[in-house]
Design a protein around this ligand. Sequence first.
Ligand code: FES
Length: 172
Amino acid sequence: MKVEEIDAAEQMGEVGRILLERNRKKGILIHTLQAIQEDNGYLPEDVLRRLSKKLDLPLAEIYSVASFYKQFHFSPRGRKVVRVCMGTACYVRGSKKVLSTLEERFNIKAGETTEDLAMTLETVGCIGCCGLAPVSTVNKNVVGEIGSKKLNELIKTIKRDKDGEAKEHKGS
Ligand code: FES
């Protein structure tokens, strides 16, 4: 416990103790949410309910904390997360077309995930690679200078992964 914490607890008595305990739980909460998302790709409700009991924190409070951070997701994510940059340089060089083509080909809108979980499609602000505009990221990789050829390759890769996955399931 830090010196300031001891002082606060001593000065404020029971209220200070409760506040310190809540802060401690919140610190644990963020790390635990990160671990849950790492394992599942998102924050499943049943896991959050169990966490709520374990930490003795209301579920609403857990949701409130998790919603504050953009990094947390509450529904399953696609195996490929494609983020189309809509920053000025990319927009001027055709990112709107990239986005609309992906939306059409996978029959989803930005912010959605395909039913088979092959892809989540999102938009993003400038990611600092303006010289390669129009740019998208696919999971952690940056794909730059996306013309129709690269876009078709990207679509094929996502569809191929989807088919490969289906075959694996059939085989098993
Ligand atoms: S505007 Fe897209 S990378 Fe900068």
